[in-house]
Design a protein around this ligand. Structure first.
Ligand SMILES: Nc1nc2c(ncn2[C@@H]2O[C@H](COP(=O)(O)OP(=O)(O)OP(=O)(O)O)[C@@H](O)[C@H]2O)c(=O)[nH]1
Length: 357
């Protein structure tokens, strides 16, 4: 699936950089751009960059104020659309915006950018949005809640990445960020590569094309992505259990949004050497996934990969009702009005969290 990648804010830029460097994503990411209001943060990103809001904040960032993040993006919309227009070619099938939702520039800027891009382009606009970890302060939680609520309305889908998802004891903050960015790049890189429909690719029993990714993401406003892999045997018969167990691990321990096991739709991709992929294993993994997600809309396909390992990738569409989204929105609402909210789907539309615009 060919995409244009736009990172907004510091986390967004680093995530876009990690994804554009991922070997599997190389053919899919046709262009990339990092946008920020902080000049210093842009200087360390190895992508084309664009500074916004120079007139208001003089290159110093917005200091966690996401209303100001939205304002600087809106003020500079013309420059941003100009910079993006050379990067969204006719082969582009989607635009992906990456952003940390807890800060100011990415949190406020990403929904404005999604809104503007949707006015200009027909292709879907997705956001890869990082939720602050549970220990991050009230400002981050509230920012992310307001951003998410606005993104649920403006973007075609927001794939959520929980900064607590893969936290390891003893890791520094920067090491933790780098690990999350790499893991997301690996998952999204594989998803995009698998979505590159190649008719000459006779090795795959059933290929995935970009419309299946788009249809999976169409089923809701929030999404998550999971992955796991294991050593495989040269004998495909011996890989039946390997496939079912990597798919279980991809969903139960490997998702970008822990506890997201209720979804409107799913896409399962099994990657590995074609002669090692056990068809019965793929079918039973797909059935298990349907039961587990409570969805009859689980699509599936293979991605031939020259590796000794077999991998399972799951894309979940419509995870609004999952526990982690509920817990996050409760925390964000408490940070905002000190009140419990009844239901996650409801929180995305009620007035406990203000929209950004
Ligand atoms: N996964 C990940 N999260 C990050 C990274 N850097 C920062 N974050 C998270 O992103 C949020 C802060 O957003 P930033 O991107 O730093 O802020 P910004 O959008 O540049 O906004 P301002 O600094 O306020 O101008 C916090 O929740 C951090 O935990 C990163 O490289 N990877």
């Amino acid at each position: 699936m060919k995409v244009a990648l736009i990172g907004v804010g510091q986390a967004g830029g680093k995530l876009a950089e990690a994804l554009s460097r991922d070997p599997l994503a190389a053919d899919s990411v046709v262009s990339s751009l990092a946008i920020n209001s902080a000049r210093a943060d842009l200087s360390s990103i190895g992508l084309d960059t664009l500074l916004v809001g120079a007139e208001r904040v003089n290159g110093h960032g917005v200091g966690g104020d996401n209303d100001l993040g939205a304002t600087v993006m809106r003020d500079d919309t013309n420059e941003v659309i100009d910079a993006v227009s050379g990067r969204v070619g006719s082969d582009c099938e989607a635009i992906i915006i990456t952003a940390g939702l807890g800060g100011g520039t990415g949190s406020g800027g990403a929904p404005v950018l999604a809104h503007e891009l949707k006015r200009v382009y027909d292709v879907p606009v997705y956001v890869l949005g990082v939720l602050p970890g549970r220990d991050e302060g009230a400002l981050y939680q509230r920012n992310a809640g307001r951003s998410l609520k606005t993104l649920a309305r403006e973007a075609d889908a927001t794939i959520l990445v929980d900064n607590d998802a893969w936290r390891q004891a003893g890791e520094s903050m920067d090491e933790g960020y780098a690990a999350v960015n790499e893991k997301i790049a690996q998952r999204v890189g594989l998803l995009l590569a698998a979505g590159e429909f190649d008719p000459a690719n006779v090795a795959a029993e059933s290929v995935v094309d970009s419309s299946e990714i788009i249809n999976t993401l169409r089923e809701g406003s929030l999404a998550a992505i999971g992955y796991a892999s294991a050593e495989s045997s040269p004998d495909a018969d011996a890989n039946l259990n390997t496939i079912t167990s990597v798919v279980r691990n991809a969903l139960l321990t490997g998702t970008s949004l822990p506890d997201a096991t209720t979804a409107e739709s799913g896409l399962l991709i099994v990657a590995g050497r074609a002669d090692r992929i056990n068809r019965k294993g793929v079918e039973s993994a797909q059935t298990w996934l349907e039961d587990e997600l409570g969805s009859m809309q689980v699509r599936g396909g293979d991605y031939p990969l020259d590796s000794e390992r077999l991998a399972g990738l799951v894309l979940l569409g419509g995870v609004e009702r999952s526990e982690r989204v509920q817990a996050f929105l409760d925390q964000a609402s408490e940070a905002s009005v000190a009140e419990e909210t009844p239901d996650a789907t409801e929180s995305l539309v009620n007035d406990d969290l203000d929209d950004l615009f």
